[in-house]
Design a protein around this ligand. Structure first.
Ligand SMILES: Nc1ncnc2c1ncn2[C@@H]1O[C@H](COP(=O)(O)OP(=O)(O)OP(=O)(O)O)[C@@H](O)[C@H]1O
Length: 234
């Protein structure tokens, strides 16, 4: 069976500038991959290249064996790519429930299941998107991606700017999604300790190239590697 996601020899960037340099990685069904690296190392560019909104210069991207690299972003979405960009992508003038029902597509993820995963959203069902806290908006953005019933979910810094208690709540929700549903996820995160704890695989980018790739539990306990590439202590 092919990998859920397979990227080979990817070079991509913006207009003529190349940010990603020969990136290769793969991800199985049901796996979570922590995508790490200092600021400006190309994490968002990699996510955006899988989505199809940057310029790809070279290399292949396959989803479940299907080549994606020549497809438009909306066709990639239909093929099973769910995307939660850094700037939380919700309708601010619709209610929580309308946000979820407006985009839902047939599949196992329904608004009701999103409420089970993020009970806080159930309590805010009738609130406008604009009235939600940052953490609640993030949960709603993830919920909106889930009701599209993707095969691969791409989350760009889902806990950025959140209070610690909400960080835990968002990460717990993400962990349940991957554990119970067999969904593949790539998460860009600035808190390596937290994200490695709920991931199976880890990739570190530095200046647009993959400098480390391996099991998340190994990296989580490898102080030297974390220090070298991320400048953090565990
Ligand atoms: N729209 C753009 N046009 C041109 N260059 C860009 C654009 N977006 C990002 N870049 C450049 O690409 C490089 C990688 O940026 P990217 O946002 O992918 O890094 P990142 O690892 O996600 O960083 P951060 O953690 O700060 O979000 C940077 O040098 C950045 O200046």
């Amino acid at each position: 069976m092919p990998d859920m996601l397979n990227i080979e020899g990817l070079h991509a960037g913006y207009a003529d500038s190349i940010v990603l340099n020969d990136v290769s990685l793969s991800l199985d069904q049901g796996e979570t991959l922590a995508l790490l690296g200092r600021n400006g190392t190309g994490k968002t560019t990699l996510i955006n290249t899988v989505v199809g909104v940057t310029r790809r210069h070279k290399g292949s991207i396959q989803l479940g064996g299907q080549p994606l690299e020549h497809l438009a972003p909306h066709v990639r979405a239909r093929a099973g790519i769910g995307w939660v960009p850094q700037e939380r992508n919700i309708f601010r003038s619709l209610t929580v429930h309308e946000n979820l029902t407006a985009v839902a597509r047939p599949g196992s993820w329904t608004p009701a299941k999103v409420y089970d995963t993020f009970p806080r959203l159930a309590e805010r069902k009738g609130n406008m998107g604009a009235q939600l806290s940052g953490g609640e908006q993030q949960m709603l953005a993830i919920g909106r991606a889930l009701v599209l019933n993707p095969r691969l979910l791409l989350l760009d810094e889902p806990t950025e700017g959140l209070a610690p208690i909400l960080v835990e709540e968002v990460l717990r929700g993400i962990e349940n999604v991957t554990k119970n549903e067999g969904l593949s996820v790539i998460i860009v995160e600035q808190h390596p300790q937290l994200i490695l704890a709920i991931s199976q695989r880890a990739v570190i980018l530095d200046r647009g190239t993959v400098v480390h790739q391996g099991p998340a539990h190994e990296l989580r306990h490898d102080q030297a590697l974390l220090n070298r590439w991320l400048g953090v202590s565990v």
